[in-house]
Design a protein around this ligand. Structure first.
Ligand code: ADP
Ligand code: MG
Length: 147
């Protein structure tokens, strides 16, 4: 099993699917990071810890899914950091550790249903990340060694 899984990479522009307009911006990783994912990391929603540059470590939820831009032949990794940032951080290095799996990918009948699913994912992440085994990863050297 590949969790916890540590990775980092530059935050690139996504395809403007309007995540920010939903109040849930997602920082996208480049293909180089996605291509390094172990084969047994399935698509779906993960939770864990994330930091931007050498900033504080925050909770995160991440969606790994099939990217429509590449006709669903390529995976994408999008991280929502559970923190309110003063400004965007395109071009900065995002470091993450994925510690657990929440659910598979799915489609929703309405925007409201999508938003409520994401909010319940965030709630689940907040509860699970209180486990001592997860809390200790927040202090991992990975986050203190400069990228
Ligand atoms: P894009 O399609 O370019 O990914 P989004 O609407 O998903 O656009 O917004 C993502 C961008 O928002 C990130 O790249 C980052 O610069 C910024 N951002 C601000 N706050 C957050 C946050 N809490 N989590 C993730 N990204 C955030
Ligand atoms: Mg995005």
């Amino acid at each position: 099993k590949s969790l916890p899984y540590f990775c980092r990479g530059e935050v690139i522009r996504g395809f403007g699917r309007g995540s920010k307009e939903l109040g849930i911006p997602t920082a996208n990783f480049p293909d180089s990071v996605v291509d390094n994912l172990p084969a047994d990391i399935n698509t779906g929603i993960y939770y864990g810890w994330a930091c931007v540059g050498n900033g504080d470590v925050h909770r995160m939820v991440m969606s790994i899914g099939w990217n429509p831009y590449y006709k669903n032949t390529k995976k994408s990794m999008e991280t929502h950091v559970i923190h309110t940032f003063k400004e965007d951080f395109y071009g900065e290095i995002l470091s993450v550790v994925m510690v657990g799996y929440i659910r598979p990918e799915r489609t929703f009948d309405s925007l409201e249903a999508l938003i409520s699913a994401i909010n319940s994912d965030i709630g689940e992440a907040k509860v699970k990340l209180q486990l001592p085994e997860h809390l200790k990863l927040r202090e991992d050297n990975f986050f203190t060694t400069a990228p």
